[in-house]
Design a protein around this ligand. Structure first.
Ligand code: ZN
Length: 293
Protein backbone atom coordinates (compact mmCIF):
# COMPACT_ATOMS: atom_id res chain seq x y z
CA UNK A 1 0.00 0.00 0.00
CA UNK A 2 1.38 3.39 -0.98
CA UNK A 3 0.22 5.03 2.25
CA UNK A 4 2.02 2.49 4.36
CA UNK A 5 5.31 2.62 2.51
CA UNK A 6 5.20 6.42 2.40
CA UNK A 7 4.68 6.65 6.15
CA UNK A 8 7.32 4.06 6.89
CA UNK A 9 9.86 5.86 4.78
CA UNK A 10 9.27 9.08 6.61
CA UNK A 11 7.83 10.24 3.29
CA UNK A 12 7.83 13.34 1.24
CA UNK A 13 4.74 15.48 1.54
CA UNK A 14 4.06 15.05 -2.13
CA UNK A 15 4.06 11.28 -1.84
CA UNK A 16 1.72 11.45 1.09
CA UNK A 17 -0.68 13.68 -0.86
CA UNK A 18 -0.76 11.17 -3.68
CA UNK A 19 -1.25 8.31 -1.25
CA UNK A 20 -4.09 10.11 0.42
CA UNK A 21 -5.91 10.51 -2.87
CA UNK A 22 -5.54 6.77 -3.45
CA UNK A 23 -6.75 5.86 0.00
CA UNK A 24 -9.85 8.00 0.30
CA UNK A 25 -10.66 11.32 1.85
CA UNK A 26 -8.30 12.66 4.47
CA UNK A 27 -10.14 15.84 5.24
CA UNK A 28 -12.23 16.55 8.30
CA UNK A 29 -14.05 19.68 9.42
CA UNK A 30 -11.88 21.96 11.57
CA UNK A 31 -12.59 21.24 15.22
CA UNK A 32 -11.07 21.88 18.64
CA UNK A 33 -11.85 20.83 22.18
CA UNK A 34 -10.53 22.79 25.15
CA UNK A 35 -9.99 21.26 28.59
CA UNK A 36 -7.90 21.87 31.67
CA UNK A 37 -5.13 19.86 33.31
CA UNK A 38 -4.32 21.24 36.76
CA UNK A 39 -3.72 24.93 36.11
CA UNK A 40 -3.04 24.56 32.39
CA UNK A 41 -5.33 25.06 29.42
CA UNK A 42 -5.05 22.34 26.79
CA UNK A 43 -6.64 22.27 23.36
CA UNK A 44 -7.13 19.11 21.31
CA UNK A 45 -6.91 20.03 17.63
CA UNK A 46 -8.47 17.97 14.82
CA UNK A 47 -6.35 17.80 11.67
CA UNK A 48 -7.45 14.90 9.49
CA UNK A 49 -7.88 11.17 9.19
CA UNK A 50 -6.66 8.24 7.20
CA UNK A 51 -8.25 4.93 6.35
CA UNK A 52 -6.34 1.66 6.25
CA UNK A 53 -8.00 -1.26 4.45
CA UNK A 54 -8.10 -4.43 6.56
CA UNK A 55 -5.55 -6.24 4.44
CA UNK A 56 -2.83 -7.12 6.99
CA UNK A 57 -0.50 -4.44 5.63
CA UNK A 58 -1.06 -1.95 8.44
CA UNK A 59 -2.87 -3.51 11.41
CA UNK A 60 -2.42 -7.13 12.46
CA UNK A 61 0.34 -7.76 9.93
CA UNK A 62 1.16 -11.06 11.64
CA UNK A 63 -2.44 -11.91 12.57
CA UNK A 64 -4.25 -11.60 9.24
CA UNK A 65 -7.47 -9.85 8.15
CA UNK A 66 -9.84 -12.44 9.66
CA UNK A 67 -8.39 -12.03 13.14
CA UNK A 68 -8.41 -8.23 12.76
CA UNK A 69 -12.04 -8.34 11.56
CA UNK A 70 -13.02 -10.36 14.64
CA UNK A 71 -11.58 -7.70 16.97
CA UNK A 72 -13.27 -4.91 15.01
CA UNK A 73 -16.62 -6.74 15.02
CA UNK A 74 -16.43 -7.26 18.77
CA UNK A 75 -16.01 -3.47 19.15
CA UNK A 76 -18.95 -2.78 16.81
CA UNK A 77 -16.69 -1.22 14.14
CA UNK A 78 -16.66 -1.83 10.37
CA UNK A 79 -14.54 -4.91 9.63
CA UNK A 80 -13.20 -4.02 6.17
CA UNK A 81 -11.21 -0.93 7.14
CA UNK A 82 -9.64 0.86 10.08
CA UNK A 83 -10.22 4.62 10.26
CA UNK A 84 -7.67 6.55 12.22
CA UNK A 85 -7.94 10.20 13.26
CA UNK A 86 -5.09 12.69 13.11
CA UNK A 87 -5.04 14.97 16.17
CA UNK A 88 -2.61 17.46 17.66
CA UNK A 89 -2.49 19.05 21.10
CA UNK A 90 -1.82 22.58 22.32
CA UNK A 91 -0.56 23.16 25.86
CA UNK A 92 -0.85 26.74 27.09
CA UNK A 93 1.37 27.57 30.05
CA UNK A 94 1.96 31.01 31.59
CA UNK A 95 4.96 31.57 29.30
CA UNK A 96 4.54 29.17 26.40
CA UNK A 97 2.09 28.11 23.72
CA UNK A 98 3.30 24.61 22.88
CA UNK A 99 1.95 22.64 19.93
CA UNK A 100 2.52 18.88 20.18
CA UNK A 101 2.79 17.52 16.62
CA UNK A 102 1.45 19.31 13.56
CA UNK A 103 -0.67 16.84 11.58
CA UNK A 104 -0.61 16.12 7.86
CA UNK A 105 0.00 19.62 6.57
CA UNK A 106 -2.01 21.63 4.05
CA UNK A 107 -0.57 19.79 1.05
CA UNK A 108 -2.08 16.53 2.33
CA UNK A 109 -5.44 17.98 3.34
CA UNK A 110 -4.68 18.68 7.01
CA UNK A 111 -6.87 21.35 8.62
CA UNK A 112 -4.69 22.03 11.68
CA UNK A 113 -4.35 25.76 10.93
CA UNK A 114 -8.11 26.23 10.53
CA UNK A 115 -8.70 24.33 13.77
CA UNK A 116 -6.10 26.47 15.59
CA UNK A 117 -7.86 29.58 14.28
CA UNK A 118 -11.11 28.30 15.78
CA UNK A 119 -9.35 28.27 19.16
CA UNK A 120 -7.97 31.76 18.58
CA UNK A 121 -4.40 30.47 18.34
CA UNK A 122 -2.39 32.29 15.67
CA UNK A 123 0.58 30.47 14.12
CA UNK A 124 2.86 33.32 15.20
CA UNK A 125 1.79 32.93 18.83
CA UNK A 126 3.10 29.34 19.00
CA UNK A 127 6.36 29.51 20.97
CA UNK A 128 7.31 25.82 20.81
CA UNK A 129 6.46 22.90 18.56
CA UNK A 130 7.17 19.54 20.20
CA UNK A 131 7.48 16.64 17.78
CA UNK A 132 6.88 13.04 18.89
CA UNK A 133 8.46 11.69 15.69
CA UNK A 134 9.04 12.74 12.11
CA UNK A 135 6.46 10.74 10.15
CA UNK A 136 4.50 12.93 7.74
CA UNK A 137 1.25 12.85 9.70
CA UNK A 138 3.08 14.50 12.63
CA UNK A 139 5.43 16.94 10.88
CA UNK A 140 3.52 17.70 7.68
CA UNK A 141 2.03 20.79 9.32
CA UNK A 142 5.48 22.26 10.00
CA UNK A 143 5.45 23.34 6.35
CA UNK A 144 2.92 25.84 5.00
CA UNK A 145 1.26 25.70 1.58
CA UNK A 146 4.09 27.80 0.11
CA UNK A 147 6.74 25.37 1.36
CA UNK A 148 8.02 27.60 4.18
CA UNK A 149 7.97 27.25 7.94
CA UNK A 150 4.38 27.26 9.23
CA UNK A 151 5.38 28.36 12.75
CA UNK A 152 8.19 30.84 12.11
CA UNK A 153 8.41 32.17 15.68
CA UNK A 154 8.56 28.74 17.35
CA UNK A 155 11.42 26.63 18.61
CA UNK A 156 10.87 23.19 17.05
CA UNK A 157 11.89 20.52 19.54
CA UNK A 158 12.47 16.81 19.04
CA UNK A 159 14.86 14.16 20.29
CA UNK A 160 18.41 14.33 18.97
CA UNK A 161 18.09 10.81 17.55
CA UNK A 162 14.90 11.67 15.67
CA UNK A 163 16.34 14.83 14.12
CA UNK A 164 19.46 12.96 13.01
CA UNK A 165 17.22 10.39 11.32
CA UNK A 166 15.01 13.01 9.65
CA UNK A 167 17.97 15.05 8.42
CA UNK A 168 19.39 12.01 6.68
CA UNK A 169 16.33 11.60 4.48
CA UNK A 170 14.53 14.89 3.94
CA UNK A 171 16.61 17.80 2.61
CA UNK A 172 13.53 19.98 1.97
CA UNK A 173 12.50 19.66 5.61
CA UNK A 174 15.97 20.62 6.81
CA UNK A 175 15.92 23.68 4.55
CA UNK A 176 12.48 24.80 5.76
CA UNK A 177 12.82 24.27 9.52
CA UNK A 178 16.46 23.45 10.26
CA UNK A 179 17.37 26.81 11.82
CA UNK A 180 14.43 26.52 14.25
CA UNK A 181 15.20 23.01 15.52
CA UNK A 182 16.53 22.41 19.03
CA UNK A 183 17.09 18.82 20.08
CA UNK A 184 16.95 17.17 23.49
CA UNK A 185 17.72 13.89 25.21
CA UNK A 186 14.53 12.10 26.41
CA UNK A 187 13.96 11.94 30.14
CA UNK A 188 14.55 15.64 30.67
CA UNK A 189 12.04 18.50 30.94
CA UNK A 190 11.57 20.12 27.54
CA UNK A 191 9.46 22.99 28.90
CA UNK A 192 8.64 23.71 32.58
CA UNK A 193 5.49 21.52 32.57
CA UNK A 194 6.47 19.04 29.85
CA UNK A 195 8.93 16.13 30.01
CA UNK A 196 9.91 14.01 27.01
CA UNK A 197 9.78 10.26 27.56
CA UNK A 198 11.49 7.77 25.24
CA UNK A 199 9.00 5.22 23.89
CA UNK A 200 11.21 3.13 21.65
CA UNK A 201 10.51 1.30 18.43
CA UNK A 202 8.16 3.31 16.20
CA UNK A 203 10.96 5.50 14.80
CA UNK A 204 14.61 5.83 15.91
CA UNK A 205 13.90 8.73 18.30
CA UNK A 206 10.17 8.46 19.03
CA UNK A 207 9.07 10.09 22.31
CA UNK A 208 5.93 10.74 24.30
CA UNK A 209 5.40 13.95 26.26
CA UNK A 210 4.20 14.00 29.85
CA UNK A 211 2.44 17.18 30.89
CA UNK A 212 2.15 17.89 34.63
CA UNK A 213 0.32 20.60 36.53
CA UNK A 214 -0.87 20.76 40.11
CA UNK A 215 -0.54 17.00 40.60
CA UNK A 216 -2.51 16.24 37.40
CA UNK A 217 -0.75 14.42 34.57
CA UNK A 218 -1.39 13.62 30.94
CA UNK A 219 0.82 11.57 28.62
CA UNK A 220 0.82 12.30 24.90
CA UNK A 221 1.64 8.78 23.71
CA UNK A 222 2.60 9.73 20.14
CA UNK A 223 2.36 6.64 17.96
CA UNK A 224 2.70 4.10 20.76
CA UNK A 225 -0.79 2.95 19.70
CA UNK A 226 -2.59 3.87 16.46
CA UNK A 227 -6.07 2.32 16.69
CA UNK A 228 -8.13 2.70 19.85
CA UNK A 229 -9.52 -0.75 19.04
CA UNK A 230 -6.81 -2.94 17.49
CA UNK A 231 -3.70 -1.46 19.14
CA UNK A 232 -5.26 -1.75 22.60
CA UNK A 233 -6.97 -5.14 22.27
CA UNK A 234 -3.92 -6.69 20.59
CA UNK A 235 -0.82 -4.68 21.57
CA UNK A 236 1.46 -7.58 20.57
CA UNK A 237 0.31 -7.64 16.93
CA UNK A 238 2.71 -6.20 14.37
CA UNK A 239 1.81 -2.69 13.17
CA UNK A 240 3.02 -1.84 9.68
CA UNK A 241 4.06 1.72 10.51
CA UNK A 242 6.34 0.60 13.37
CA UNK A 243 9.97 0.81 12.24
CA UNK A 244 11.13 -1.82 14.74
CA UNK A 245 8.17 -4.14 15.25
CA UNK A 246 9.43 -6.17 18.21
CA UNK A 247 10.69 -3.13 20.12
CA UNK A 248 7.42 -1.31 19.43
CA UNK A 249 5.35 -4.23 20.73
CA UNK A 250 7.36 -4.32 23.95
CA UNK A 251 7.06 -0.54 24.38
CA UNK A 252 3.33 -0.60 23.60
CA UNK A 253 2.58 -3.31 26.13
CA UNK A 254 4.80 -1.78 28.83
CA UNK A 255 3.34 1.72 28.33
CA UNK A 256 -0.28 0.53 28.26
CA UNK A 257 0.27 -1.67 31.31
CA UNK A 258 1.60 1.30 33.25
CA UNK A 259 -1.19 3.61 32.11
CA UNK A 260 -3.88 1.08 33.04
CA UNK A 261 -2.39 0.84 36.54
CA UNK A 262 -2.04 4.57 37.17
CA UNK A 263 -5.25 5.59 35.31
CA UNK A 264 -3.23 8.51 33.97
CA UNK A 265 -4.97 10.62 31.37
CA UNK A 266 -3.57 10.22 27.87
CA UNK A 267 -3.70 12.05 24.58
CA UNK A 268 -3.48 9.82 21.52
CA UNK A 269 -2.81 11.51 18.16
CA UNK A 270 -4.65 8.75 16.25
CA UNK A 271 -7.55 7.81 18.50
CA UNK A 272 -11.04 9.20 17.74
CA UNK A 273 -11.01 12.99 18.15
CA UNK A 274 -10.31 14.53 20.66
CA UNK A 275 -8.16 11.50 21.61
CA UNK A 276 -8.26 12.23 25.34
CA UNK A 277 -9.06 9.43 27.78
CA UNK A 278 -7.72 6.48 29.72
CA UNK A 279 -6.87 2.85 29.03
CA UNK A 280 -8.25 0.01 31.11
CA UNK A 281 -7.03 -3.55 31.37
CA UNK A 282 -9.35 -5.98 29.55
CA UNK A 283 -8.28 -9.63 29.55
CA UNK A 284 -4.87 -9.86 27.94
CA UNK A 285 -5.31 -6.45 26.31
CA UNK A 286 -6.80 -3.05 26.99
CA UNK A 287 -9.83 -0.92 26.13
CA UNK A 288 -10.24 2.80 25.51
CA UNK A 289 -12.30 5.02 27.79
CA UNK A 290 -12.74 8.50 26.28
CA UNK A 291 -12.67 11.25 28.92
CA UNK A 292 -14.22 14.07 26.90
CA UNK A 293 -17.49 13.98 25.02
ZN1 ZN B 1 1.18 8.80 13.19
Amino acid sequence: MILKSALMAGLTLLAFGAARAADGPGSVAPEVQTFTLGGLKLVAVHDGRFIAPNNAETFGVDAGPAAVAAVLAKAGAPTDKITVSVNALVVITPRHVALLDTGLGPRAGGVLQASLAQAGIAANSVTDVLITHTHGDHIGGLINAAGGSAFPKAVIRMSAKEWAWAKAQDAALVKAIGPQVKTFEPGTPVLPAITAIAIDGHTPGHVGYEISSGGAKLLDIGDTAHSSIISLAKPDWTMGFDGNASLSKASRRATLTGLAKTHELIFAPHFPFPGVGRVEKDGDGFTWKPALK
